[in-house]
Design a protein around this ligand. Structure first.
Ligand code: NFS
Ligand code: SF4
Length: 663
């Protein structure tokens, strides 16, 4: 059957050169991807589903509601606003649950590490101590592992906390925001509790007022952003090292012709880190040699890829929309997966080749895959048995195709701490220079491009938005598959300064930093909350996140996690722009999300359908915040003298890529 992969109606075009090259090969002719399925489904999306007014919450339905038509209420009498709000809130709950379950595993792994069990150790003692302070843990005169154990146990208790005091991490927010959350009654109490309450309140016949439903949706999302995701990011950093800038490569071309290629796909970095350690063990390398390979090449896919890219410089082969295409190269011995964002189709694609899909987590099994449970208590042994299986596949490899010319250099590792050092220097690490540059207008503001890839817009949407932002002197922060896609676009290098407006270019060139800073995986969006909070604390840009000239977008959102992230940004005071929201079938509720929330939390959702429109809306919102702050007066252009250059680059490890990046 001939497969046309481009230009199907309602389906985005593949513009990515390496993806196109792979799919054009003879070996890939029987591979069906999501692009093909979009084309062959031959039906448009259900209007009720896309508008958010299809309800399946009880067995009197399912009910399809038409807003304003009395005959088309739910059998129970539910109207479009109630139904759309409940559906939206359940999406937030599901997204939060995914981050929460991931975070819990990281905390459990952290406790094992503190007890000296497993292959990991406490790498970032400074960060351990600063987080211990948030939990009121004494650090003076105590052993590192003892502090870590107390921290791990207190962190774990946040998940099942039953009293009504706020989560400990909320103390990190600026006072005005904390006060607002308390006033609205949306300061999360227990991480698991908020998801459970959200599910309860959206059960048939409970919460029916969309504003009230959204209060709990905010509390639930905040328990993700400031609770689960932030705990996960921080404890992962303490265990595996806080990212510092390093050079790496991304795209399908990172696969190696003469090595065993193992793609690591999913989210929880415990598995990926163990695989990285095991792949360096002499017995594993020897086994690979015996099979005729020159070595073992681990390559990331999706957010696990971002985790090991940030901390170890392990290459990323693919983002979400390329996961099938990575397998279509025929060069992958095994795709090792854990949880989240793994397309069910990968087992079918793998059948065309010698590739095995190896599931490793009891929570996520797939028909057609091999299950090798990853045991955290025997992490190294588990990782070795997974690797052994993959290595033995090498001999079975037949024809393959790896696009070579598209391998792209990136500089990654911009944790909040890195940005602090990079701009402020080691001896006076701070966000002061960033704030000053925003106040003097050389940087107009900050735009975060986060979240997934999907097939609804052109696959270079992230790139189009980022280029427009940096051209207008907006500094871009990126995470998740958006960051991978911006890496493929060549925007994660200091050399990309040439695409910036004059003033941002000057700053990037002076510091030696890319205009798009890769801050990590999707759980690492919590780094953006901390960075924004630091900007407020530095002064000069208002007294809450809602005053900052900053805005986020997840233009190609696909997963429920992206909506949870959007909601915790909004509830933290940051505007977000999405390409669409599943709420258009409910007029009042839709308006409430896109306007009404402003009166409550100081930010709201925005929708713009095309990449350039999204970028322009972001710039418009940034300029409006600048106007409100009174910093939009024209200033004379200041040229950098030597002293300013020295100040900006002092003590920046690896920035500008002329130094080792350290671990
Ligand atoms: Ni985020 Fe990561 Fe990618 Fe989207 Fe999926 S991998 S957690 S959800 S698709 S960015
Ligand atoms: Fe229909 Fe109401 Fe049941 Fe939903 S809860 S399926 S609207 S009867």
């Amino acid at each position: 059957m001939a497969i046309t992969r481009n230009g199907c109606e309602g389906c985005a075009e593949i513009t990515c050169a390496s993806s196109k090259q792979v799919l054009a090969q003879d070996i890939a002719k029987n591979v069906r991807t999501a692009y093909d399925r979009m084309q062959s489904r031959g039906m448009s999306a259900c209007l009720f589903g896309s508008g958010g007014t299809c309800c399946r919450n009880c067995n009197m339905g399912p009910c399809q509601i038409i807003d304003g038509v009395d005959e088309m209420l739910g059998i129970c009498g539910a109207n479009a606003d109630t139904v759309a709000a409940r559906n939206f809130a359940r999406v937030v709950a599901a997204g939060s649950a995914a981050h929460t379950d991931h975070a819990r595993e990281m905390v459990r792994g952290f406790i094992d590490t503190a007890k000296g069990e497993g292959p990991h150790c406490i790498k970032d003692v400074e960060k351990l101590k600063s987080l211990a302070a948030v939990f009121d843990i004494t650090t003076e005169g105590r052993e590192v592992n003892e502090i870590a154990l107390e921290l791990g146990e207190k962190a774990l208790a946040e998940f099942g906390k039953q009293d009504s005091t706020p989560l400990s991490m909320l103390k990190r927010a600026v006072p005005k925001r904390q006060a607002l959350w308390n006033k609205l009654g949306i300061a999360p109490r227990g991480i698991d509790r908020e998801v459970v309450e959200m599910m309860h309140r959206t059960h048939m016949g409970v919460d029916q007022e969309y504003e009230n439903i959204m209060l709990q949706a905010s509390r639930c999302a905040l328990s993700d952003g400031w609770g689960a995701s932030m705990l996960s990011t921080e404890l992962t950093d303490i265990m595996f090292g806080t990212p510092v800038p390093r050079r790496a490569i991304v795209d399908l071309g990172v696969l190696r012709a003469d090595q065993v290629n193992i793609t690591v796909h999913g989210h929880e970095p415990l598995l990926a880190e163990a695989l990285c350690i095991a792949a360096q063990e002499p017995d594993m390398i020897e086994l690979a040699r015996k099979q005729g390979a020159k070595g073992i090449n681990l390559a990331g896919v999706c957010c696990t890829g971002n985790e090991i890219l940030m901390r170890r410089g392990i290459p990323v082969a693919a983002g979400f929309i390329q996961q099938e295409i990575a397998l279509a190269t025929g060069a992958v011995e095994a795709m090792v997966v854990d949880v989240q964002c793994i397309m069910p189709s990968v087992t079918e694609v793998a059948k065309n080749f010698h590739t095995d899909i190896i599931t490793t987590n009891y929570r996520a099994k797939m028909e057609g895959a091999i299950h090798l449970q990853f045991e955290e208590h025997a992490a190294l042994e588990s990782a070795k048995s997974i690797l052994t299986h993959a290595i033995k596949n090498f001999k079975k490899r037949r024809d393959f195709f790896i696009p070579q010319e598209t391998k792209l250099d990136v500089v990654v590792g911009f944790s909040h701490e890195t940005i602090n050092y990079m701009l402020g220097g080691r001896f006076r690490a701070s966000y002061r220079p960033l704030n000053d540059n925003i106040i003097n207008g050389r940087i107009r503001g900050v735009g975060a491009i986060v979240g997934c890839d999907n097939f609804k817009l052109t696959d270079d949407a992230h790139e189009i938005i980022a280029r427009e932002l940096i051209k207008n002197n907006v500094l871009v922060l990126a995470t998740g598959c958006a960051a991978t896609s911006l890496g493929r676009a060549g925007l994660l290098t200091p050399e990309a300064a040439r695409y910036c407006g004059d003033t941002l270019a000057e700053i990037c060139e002076t510091v030696g930093m890319p205009p798009v800073l890769h801050m990590g995986s999707c759980v690492d969006n919590s780094r953006i909350l901390i960075a924004a909070t630091e900007m407020v604390r530095q002064g000069g840009l208002g007294d809450d996140i809602s005053d900052l000239p900053a805005i986020g977008t997840a233009p190609l959102w696909m997963s429920e996690k992206a909506v949870a992230i959007g909601q915790y940004f909004v509830a933290s005071g940051a505007q977000v722009v999405f390409q669409s929201l599943p709420t258009t079938g409910a007029k009042k509720f839709n308006k409430y999300l896109q306007e009404g929330l402003m009166g409550q939390v100081g930010a709201h959702w925005n929708v713009a359908s095309e990449p350039l429109e999204i970028a322009r809306l972001m710039i418009e919102k940034i300029e409006a915040k600048r106007d409100a702050l009174g910093i939009n007066k024209k200033k004379e252009r200041v040229l950098f003298d030597m002293a300013m250059r020295r100040d900006l680059t002092a003590g920046v490890p690896g920035v500008g890529c002329h130094g080792p990046s350290g671990a």
